[in-house]
Design a binder for this molecule. Sequence first.
Ligand code: NDP
Length: 328
Amino acid sequence: MTTFKAIRIDKADKGTTAFLTQFDEAELMDGDVTVAVEWSTVNYKDGLAVTGKAPVVRRFPMIAGIDFAGTVIASSHPDWKAGDKIVSTGWGLGETHLGAYAEKARVKGDWLVRLPEGMSARDAMAIGTAGFTAMLSVLALERHGVTPKHGPVVVTGAAGGVGSVAIALLAKLGFHVIASTGRTSESQYLRDLGAAEIVDRNELSGPAKMLGKERWAGGVDSVGSTTLANLLSMTKYGGAIAACGLAAGMDLPSSVAPFILRGVCLLGIDSVMCPIERRRVAWSRLASDLDKSKLSEITHEISLDDVIATGPKILGGQVRGRLVVKIT
Ligand code: NDP
Protein backbone atom coordinates (compact mmCIF):
# COMPACT_ATOMS: atom_id res chain seq x y z
CA MET A 1 0.00 0.00 0.00
CA THR A 2 1.38 3.44 -0.96
CA THR A 3 0.40 6.21 1.41
CA PHE A 4 1.01 9.93 1.74
CA LYS A 5 0.47 12.54 4.44
CA ALA A 6 -2.90 14.33 4.35
CA ILE A 7 -5.46 16.13 6.50
CA ARG A 8 -8.41 13.79 6.51
CA ILE A 9 -11.96 14.84 7.42
CA ASP A 10 -14.36 12.16 8.56
CA LYS A 11 -17.97 12.25 9.61
CA ALA A 12 -18.48 11.87 13.36
CA ASP A 13 -21.56 11.38 15.59
CA LYS A 14 -21.61 15.14 16.06
CA GLY A 15 -20.20 16.99 13.07
CA THR A 16 -16.81 16.03 11.66
CA THR A 17 -13.25 15.23 12.74
CA ALA A 18 -10.00 16.43 11.18
CA PHE A 19 -6.66 14.58 11.54
CA LEU A 20 -3.26 14.74 9.94
CA THR A 21 -2.71 11.13 8.96
CA GLN A 22 -1.52 8.76 6.22
CA PHE A 23 -3.89 8.43 3.28
CA ASP A 24 -3.98 5.44 0.94
CA GLU A 25 -3.13 6.44 -2.64
CA ALA A 26 -5.62 3.84 -3.90
CA GLU A 27 -8.39 5.99 -2.38
CA LEU A 28 -7.60 8.99 -4.61
CA MET A 29 -10.55 9.95 -6.78
CA ASP A 30 -10.75 9.82 -10.57
CA GLY A 31 -8.81 12.36 -12.55
CA ASP A 32 -6.46 12.50 -15.51
CA VAL A 33 -3.62 14.37 -13.81
CA THR A 34 -1.69 13.39 -10.65
CA VAL A 35 0.18 16.19 -8.93
CA ALA A 36 2.93 16.35 -6.30
CA VAL A 37 1.52 19.10 -4.10
CA GLU A 38 4.24 21.48 -2.92
CA TRP A 39 2.36 24.40 -1.40
CA SER A 40 -1.16 25.10 -0.21
CA THR A 41 -2.81 27.86 1.81
CA VAL A 42 -5.50 28.50 4.42
CA ASN A 43 -8.58 30.37 3.24
CA TYR A 44 -11.69 31.23 5.23
CA LYS A 45 -13.43 28.23 3.65
CA ASP A 46 -10.59 25.95 4.75
CA GLY A 47 -11.19 27.20 8.29
CA LEU A 48 -14.83 26.16 7.95
CA ALA A 49 -13.81 22.72 6.62
CA VAL A 50 -11.25 21.79 9.28
CA THR A 51 -13.37 23.06 12.18
CA GLY A 52 -16.62 21.65 10.77
CA LYS A 53 -18.27 25.04 11.55
CA ALA A 54 -20.18 24.93 8.25
CA PRO A 55 -21.00 21.97 6.01
CA VAL A 56 -18.52 22.80 3.25
CA VAL A 57 -17.32 19.17 3.13
CA ARG A 58 -19.88 17.11 1.27
CA ARG A 59 -18.06 13.80 0.71
CA PHE A 60 -16.37 11.52 3.28
CA PRO A 61 -13.62 10.74 3.81
CA MET A 62 -12.33 14.07 2.50
CA ILE A 63 -8.90 15.58 2.22
CA ALA A 64 -9.35 19.25 3.17
CA GLY A 65 -7.79 22.16 1.32
CA ILE A 66 -9.23 24.11 -1.61
CA ASP A 67 -6.00 25.32 -3.28
CA PHE A 68 -2.69 23.78 -4.29
CA ALA A 69 0.33 24.46 -6.42
CA GLY A 70 2.87 21.86 -7.44
CA THR A 71 4.30 19.71 -10.22
CA VAL A 72 2.54 17.21 -12.47
CA ILE A 73 3.75 13.64 -11.79
CA ALA A 74 1.60 11.81 -14.35
CA SER A 75 -0.99 12.85 -16.92
CA SER A 76 -3.23 11.38 -19.58
CA HIS A 77 -4.63 14.86 -20.37
CA PRO A 78 -3.35 16.32 -23.67
CA ASP A 79 -2.43 19.70 -22.11
CA TRP A 80 -0.26 18.37 -19.29
CA LYS A 81 2.88 16.28 -18.92
CA ALA A 82 5.11 15.26 -16.02
CA GLY A 83 7.18 18.19 -14.79
CA ASP A 84 4.62 20.93 -15.60
CA LYS A 85 4.16 23.52 -12.84
CA ILE A 86 0.50 24.15 -12.10
CA VAL A 87 -1.95 25.89 -9.78
CA SER A 88 -5.45 24.77 -8.90
CA THR A 89 -8.15 26.58 -6.91
CA GLY A 90 -11.81 25.79 -6.27
CA TRP A 91 -13.76 23.37 -8.50
CA GLY A 92 -14.96 21.63 -5.32
CA LEU A 93 -11.47 20.63 -4.12
CA GLY A 94 -11.66 19.94 -0.41
CA GLU A 95 -15.48 20.00 -0.64
CA THR A 96 -16.61 17.29 -3.06
CA HIS A 97 -13.24 16.21 -4.52
CA LEU A 98 -10.22 15.13 -2.43
CA GLY A 99 -8.27 18.29 -1.80
CA ALA A 100 -5.01 20.08 -1.24
CA TYR A 101 -3.68 19.34 2.25
CA ALA A 102 -1.88 16.26 0.99
CA GLU A 103 1.38 15.31 -0.64
CA LYS A 104 -0.52 14.06 -3.70
CA ALA A 105 -3.67 15.09 -5.55
CA ARG A 106 -5.48 13.62 -8.54
CA VAL A 107 -7.70 16.03 -10.46
CA LYS A 108 -9.11 16.87 -13.88
CA GLY A 109 -6.57 18.46 -16.18
CA ASP A 110 -9.27 20.93 -17.27
CA TRP A 111 -9.15 22.49 -13.79
CA LEU A 112 -5.47 23.40 -13.92
CA VAL A 113 -3.76 26.65 -14.79
CA ARG A 114 -0.08 26.76 -15.77
CA LEU A 115 1.99 28.75 -13.30
CA PRO A 116 2.72 32.08 -14.96
CA GLU A 117 6.35 32.82 -15.90
CA GLY A 118 8.23 34.10 -12.89
CA MET A 119 5.63 32.99 -10.34
CA SER A 120 6.72 30.27 -7.91
CA ALA A 121 4.39 27.65 -6.48
CA ARG A 122 4.81 29.36 -3.09
CA ASP A 123 3.84 32.76 -4.55
CA ALA A 124 0.79 31.19 -6.19
CA MET A 125 -0.36 29.87 -2.83
CA ALA A 126 0.44 33.16 -1.08
CA ILE A 127 -2.17 34.46 -3.54
CA GLY A 128 -4.48 31.41 -3.36
CA THR A 129 -8.24 31.54 -3.72
CA ALA A 130 -8.35 34.74 -1.65
CA GLY A 131 -5.96 36.65 -3.91
CA PHE A 132 -7.46 35.12 -7.04
CA THR A 133 -10.88 36.31 -5.86
CA ALA A 134 -9.49 39.79 -5.23
CA MET A 135 -8.19 39.77 -8.84
CA LEU A 136 -11.55 38.58 -10.19
CA SER A 137 -13.16 41.46 -8.30
CA VAL A 138 -10.74 43.99 -9.78
CA LEU A 139 -11.33 42.55 -13.27
CA ALA A 140 -15.10 42.90 -12.74
CA LEU A 141 -14.69 46.56 -11.73
CA GLU A 142 -12.55 47.12 -14.83
CA ARG A 143 -15.15 45.49 -17.08
CA HIS A 144 -17.69 47.85 -15.56
CA GLY A 145 -15.45 50.76 -16.53
CA VAL A 146 -14.43 51.92 -13.06
CA THR A 147 -11.09 53.77 -13.34
CA PRO A 148 -9.09 55.92 -10.89
CA LYS A 149 -10.46 59.09 -12.48
CA HIS A 150 -13.99 58.15 -11.37
CA GLY A 151 -13.03 58.42 -7.70
CA PRO A 152 -11.90 56.32 -4.73
CA VAL A 153 -12.58 52.63 -4.23
CA VAL A 154 -13.41 50.97 -0.92
CA VAL A 155 -12.17 47.56 0.28
CA THR A 156 -13.82 45.85 3.25
CA GLY A 157 -12.37 43.07 5.39
CA ALA A 158 -9.20 44.96 4.53
CA ALA A 159 -6.73 43.11 6.75
CA GLY A 160 -7.99 39.69 5.61
CA GLY A 161 -6.73 37.69 2.62
CA VAL A 162 -9.07 39.00 -0.09
CA GLY A 163 -8.88 42.52 1.32
CA SER A 164 -5.08 42.67 1.55
CA VAL A 165 -4.56 41.53 -2.04
CA ALA A 166 -7.36 43.79 -3.33
CA ILE A 167 -5.71 46.82 -1.71
CA ALA A 168 -2.30 46.00 -3.20
CA LEU A 169 -3.79 45.46 -6.68
CA LEU A 170 -6.02 48.55 -6.68
CA ALA A 171 -3.27 50.82 -5.32
CA LYS A 172 -0.86 49.59 -8.00
CA LEU A 173 -3.49 50.44 -10.64
CA GLY A 174 -3.55 54.02 -9.33
CA PHE A 175 -6.75 54.00 -7.27
CA HIS A 176 -7.21 55.99 -4.08
CA VAL A 177 -8.05 53.05 -1.80
CA ILE A 178 -10.21 53.38 1.31
CA ALA A 179 -9.63 50.36 3.56
CA SER A 180 -12.35 49.36 6.02
CA THR A 181 -11.13 47.26 8.94
CA GLY A 182 -12.09 46.19 12.43
CA ARG A 183 -8.38 46.13 13.25
CA THR A 184 -7.36 49.78 13.14
CA SER A 185 -4.19 48.61 14.92
CA GLU A 186 -3.25 47.26 11.47
CA SER A 187 -3.44 50.73 9.89
CA GLN A 188 0.27 50.87 9.11
CA TYR A 189 0.12 47.43 7.48
CA LEU A 190 -2.79 48.60 5.32
CA ARG A 191 -1.03 51.85 4.40
CA ASP A 192 2.10 49.89 3.45
CA LEU A 193 -0.05 47.84 1.08
CA GLY A 194 -1.26 51.04 -0.56
CA ALA A 195 -4.38 52.15 1.36
CA ALA A 196 -4.75 55.94 1.29
CA GLU A 197 -7.45 56.09 4.00
CA ILE A 198 -8.50 53.76 6.82
CA VAL A 199 -12.11 53.54 7.98
CA ASP A 200 -13.22 51.75 11.16
CA ARG A 201 -15.57 48.96 10.02
CA ASN A 202 -18.14 50.04 12.67
CA GLU A 203 -18.80 53.10 10.48
CA LEU A 204 -20.09 50.77 7.75
CA SER A 205 -21.71 47.98 9.73
CA GLY A 206 -24.91 49.59 11.11
CA PRO A 207 -28.28 49.55 9.30
CA ALA A 208 -27.86 51.20 5.89
CA LYS A 209 -29.71 54.28 4.72
CA MET A 210 -31.44 53.87 1.36
CA LEU A 211 -29.02 56.41 -0.04
CA GLY A 212 -26.01 57.95 1.69
CA LYS A 213 -23.40 60.52 0.72
CA GLU A 214 -21.64 59.39 -2.47
CA ARG A 215 -18.17 58.34 -1.31
CA TRP A 216 -16.67 55.85 -3.79
CA ALA A 217 -16.86 54.86 -7.44
CA GLY A 218 -16.32 51.21 -6.72
CA GLY A 219 -15.52 48.64 -4.11
CA VAL A 220 -14.52 45.10 -3.22
CA ASP A 221 -16.62 43.67 -0.41
CA SER A 222 -15.66 40.49 1.43
CA VAL A 223 -18.02 41.14 4.37
CA GLY A 224 -21.63 41.10 3.08
CA SER A 225 -24.71 41.89 5.19
CA THR A 226 -25.20 45.51 6.38
CA THR A 227 -21.64 46.38 5.30
CA LEU A 228 -22.43 45.59 1.67
CA ALA A 229 -25.73 47.50 2.03
CA ASN A 230 -23.81 50.55 3.30
CA LEU A 231 -21.29 50.28 0.48
CA LEU A 232 -24.07 50.27 -2.12
CA SER A 233 -25.86 53.23 -0.52
CA MET A 234 -22.64 55.31 -0.64
CA THR A 235 -21.55 54.37 -4.19
CA LYS A 236 -21.34 57.24 -6.68
CA TYR A 237 -23.68 57.50 -9.64
CA GLY A 238 -22.92 54.70 -12.15
CA GLY A 239 -20.41 52.96 -9.87
CA ALA A 240 -20.19 49.30 -8.90
CA ILE A 241 -19.41 47.06 -5.97
CA ALA A 242 -17.90 43.60 -6.45
CA ALA A 243 -19.45 41.34 -3.80
CA CYS A 244 -17.31 38.33 -3.04
CA GLY A 245 -17.65 37.49 0.64
CA LEU A 246 -19.83 36.93 3.66
CA ALA A 247 -17.51 37.40 6.67
CA ALA A 248 -20.32 39.23 8.50
CA GLY A 249 -23.26 37.33 7.02
CA MET A 250 -25.08 36.02 3.98
CA ASP A 251 -27.92 38.54 4.19
CA LEU A 252 -28.17 41.81 2.29
CA PRO A 253 -30.53 44.24 4.04
CA SER A 254 -30.52 46.84 1.27
CA SER A 255 -33.04 48.60 -0.94
CA VAL A 256 -33.33 49.09 -4.69
CA ALA A 257 -32.58 52.83 -4.28
CA PRO A 258 -28.86 52.69 -5.24
CA PHE A 259 -29.74 50.63 -8.33
CA ILE A 260 -32.69 52.62 -9.66
CA LEU A 261 -31.72 56.12 -8.54
CA ARG A 262 -27.96 56.04 -9.05
CA GLY A 263 -27.53 53.23 -11.59
CA VAL A 264 -25.21 51.44 -9.19
CA CYS A 265 -24.33 47.84 -10.08
CA LEU A 266 -23.71 44.88 -7.82
CA LEU A 267 -21.15 42.56 -9.39
CA GLY A 268 -21.23 38.96 -8.16
CA ILE A 269 -17.87 37.22 -7.84
CA ASP A 270 -17.49 33.43 -7.68
CA SER A 271 -14.05 31.87 -7.73
CA VAL A 272 -15.07 28.20 -7.41
CA MET A 273 -16.68 27.55 -10.80
CA CYS A 274 -15.04 30.47 -12.59
CA PRO A 275 -14.45 29.46 -16.25
CA ILE A 276 -10.90 28.45 -17.19
CA GLU A 277 -10.35 31.31 -19.69
CA ARG A 278 -11.08 33.90 -17.01
CA ARG A 279 -8.80 32.03 -14.59
CA ARG A 280 -5.92 32.25 -17.06
CA VAL A 281 -6.46 36.00 -17.46
CA ALA A 282 -6.65 36.49 -13.68
CA TRP A 283 -3.43 34.52 -12.98
CA SER A 284 -1.61 36.34 -15.74
CA ARG A 285 -2.74 39.70 -14.30
CA LEU A 286 -1.70 38.59 -10.80
CA ALA A 287 1.77 37.84 -12.20
CA SER A 288 2.06 41.29 -13.71
CA ASP A 289 0.09 43.51 -11.31
CA LEU A 290 0.79 42.16 -7.85
CA ASP A 291 3.96 43.55 -6.36
CA LYS A 292 6.17 40.65 -5.15
CA SER A 293 7.42 42.64 -2.16
CA LYS A 294 3.82 43.43 -1.13
CA LEU A 295 2.92 39.76 -1.49
CA SER A 296 5.75 38.73 0.80
CA GLU A 297 4.70 41.42 3.34
CA ILE A 298 1.25 39.88 3.64
CA THR A 299 2.41 36.24 3.70
CA HIS A 300 3.15 34.07 6.70
CA GLU A 301 4.37 30.47 6.29
CA ILE A 302 3.08 27.52 8.30
CA SER A 303 3.46 23.75 8.00
CA LEU A 304 0.86 21.08 7.34
CA ASP A 305 0.99 20.23 11.07
CA ASP A 306 -0.25 23.79 11.92
CA VAL A 307 -3.28 23.86 9.63
CA ILE A 308 -5.92 22.34 11.91
CA ALA A 309 -5.06 24.71 14.79
CA THR A 310 -5.24 27.66 12.38
CA GLY A 311 -8.88 26.96 11.44
CA PRO A 312 -10.48 28.71 14.43
CA LYS A 313 -8.08 31.65 14.07
CA ILE A 314 -9.06 32.44 10.49
CA LEU A 315 -12.75 32.14 11.40
CA GLY A 316 -12.14 34.48 14.35
CA GLY A 317 -10.67 37.15 12.04
CA GLN A 318 -7.26 36.79 13.74
CA VAL A 319 -5.24 35.99 10.65
CA ARG A 320 -3.61 38.96 8.94
CA GLY A 321 -3.11 38.70 5.20
CA ARG A 322 -2.30 35.29 3.76
CA LEU A 323 -0.99 31.99 5.08
CA VAL A 324 1.02 29.60 2.92
CA VAL A 325 1.31 25.97 3.88
CA LYS A 326 4.51 24.08 3.04
CA ILE A 327 3.48 20.57 2.01
CA THR A 328 6.66 18.95 0.64
P1 NDP B 1 -10.15 36.33 6.01
O1 NDP B 1 -10.63 35.71 7.26
O2 NDP B 1 -8.71 36.34 5.68
O3 NDP B 1 -10.65 37.84 5.98
C1 NDP B 1 -11.95 38.23 6.32
C2 NDP B 1 -11.88 39.61 6.93
O4 NDP B 1 -13.20 40.10 7.10
C3 NDP B 1 -11.28 39.63 8.34
O5 NDP B 1 -9.88 39.69 8.30
C4 NDP B 1 -11.87 40.89 8.87
O6 NDP B 1 -11.15 42.00 8.34
C5 NDP B 1 -13.27 40.92 8.24
N1 NDP B 1 -14.29 40.40 9.14
C6 NDP B 1 -14.30 39.21 9.77
N2 NDP B 1 -15.42 39.07 10.51
C7 NDP B 1 -16.12 40.20 10.32
C8 NDP B 1 -17.37 40.67 10.80
N3 NDP B 1 -18.11 39.93 11.64
N4 NDP B 1 -17.79 41.87 10.41
C9 NDP B 1 -17.06 42.62 9.55
N5 NDP B 1 -15.87 42.23 9.07
C10 NDP B 1 -15.41 41.03 9.44
O7 NDP B 1 -10.99 35.65 4.83
P2 NDP B 1 -10.76 35.76 3.25
O8 NDP B 1 -10.20 37.08 2.93
O9 NDP B 1 -10.08 34.54 2.78
O10 NDP B 1 -12.27 35.68 2.74
C11 NDP B 1 -13.12 36.78 2.96
C12 NDP B 1 -14.55 36.40 2.59
O11 NDP B 1 -14.64 36.15 1.21
C13 NDP B 1 -15.08 35.15 3.31
O12 NDP B 1 -16.42 35.36 3.62
C14 NDP B 1 -14.93 34.09 2.24
O13 NDP B 1 -15.84 33.04 2.43
C15 NDP B 1 -15.23 34.88 0.98
N6 NDP B 1 -14.63 34.31 -0.20
C16 NDP B 1 -15.42 34.16 -1.30
C17 NDP B 1 -14.90 33.69 -2.47
C18 NDP B 1 -15.75 33.62 -3.67
O14 NDP B 1 -15.49 32.82 -4.57
N7 NDP B 1 -16.77 34.46 -3.77
C19 NDP B 1 -13.52 33.22 -2.55
C20 NDP B 1 -12.72 33.54 -1.36
C21 NDP B 1 -13.29 34.04 -0.23
P3 NDP B 1 -10.71 43.24 9.27
O15 NDP B 1 -10.00 42.63 10.44
O16 NDP B 1 -9.83 44.05 8.39
O17 NDP B 1 -11.97 43.92 9.65
